[in-house]
Design a protein around this ligand. Sequence first.
Ligand code: TXA
Ligand code: MG
Length: 318
Amino acid sequence: MKITEAIKELEQWNIVVIPTETVYGLAADATNISAIKNIFITKNRPQDNPLIVHVWHKKDINTYAKIQSDLEKTLIEKFMPWPFTILLHKKNTISDTVTAGSTLVAIRIPQHPIALKILQDSWLALAAPSANISGKPSPTNITMVEQNFGDSVAVVDGGRCAVWIESTVVQVQWDSVIIHRPGFITPTDIHLAIGKDVPVIYSNEKNNISPGIKYKHYAPKAQIHLLEPGSLLPINSAKRGLIVTDERISKHQCEIAQSNCRIYRRGSHANLLECAQKLYDLYYQADKDGILHIYIESLPEENGVAYAIMNRVKKSLE
Ligand code: TXA
Ligand code: MG
């Protein structure tokens, strides 16, 4: 579908799948309750899991949310547009249906030129969760979108997403930045932008306020098994797939050959962005190949991007 057609659909409160630089989003007018309800139904999304509101420009944020501190202001200045979502106190322009009853609304300015053009030309704020049935991996191209919804939803094709991993979701609490969903923007990036003195903390199960985090998520049909360093592969197993780095393949050629698993290469350890970009692609590929069990190599989590990848892998194990 063309951008102009998509805008017409959105103005009539219909849903359109649009590309963003992270993953495709199932978008609709964030200020129209029936459009929002339609998103929840189409995705089979639990009612208590709020939606991210996408806007075109920083100056639009004030229409939907209150910016209450200098730290929030700085984060917005430095990281928007980017794969970055900030929780702010909502204004009455955003209904409780969008935020699932929370007084906070998640705001994001995407960086993808098509998403930005749609937001700019329509003058709309768009609620857009990832364009997958709840629980499945997020789609990063339109074939993956079709694997979720067939041709029942309109789609704007923006090719393959650049970043893959969903945006980092943060909240300012007192003088700290809390990361509720790890992503492409890492604590190191945030420290570089705001200085080392401000604590940047990953939330834990107790203080995480993103309902999406509590569900099993990002899971393909195949069952996922984590392969810790040093652990051996199952031998002679049918319909099993192995998602591995190039390094493991070259080090453990013999073991891998004996395992009889189908190999899915995720790229090199040295290129974590590629590992991130390939994860959901490989999940969808393995499902297409009829794989029943996927063994996936664990990555050391010290690096923020690896931490985000492992966050998604662990959520798909639960
Ligand atoms: O990269 C992305 O963020 C993609 C693209 C399409 O923009 N969107 C995305 O949306 O991943 P979704 O709905 O799949 O994930 C949104 C996450 C969920 O974990 C949800 O619980 C959390 O953000 N969230 C949204 N609104 C919130 C709120 N008001 N308070 C706390 N958490 C919120
Ligand atoms: Mg999602």
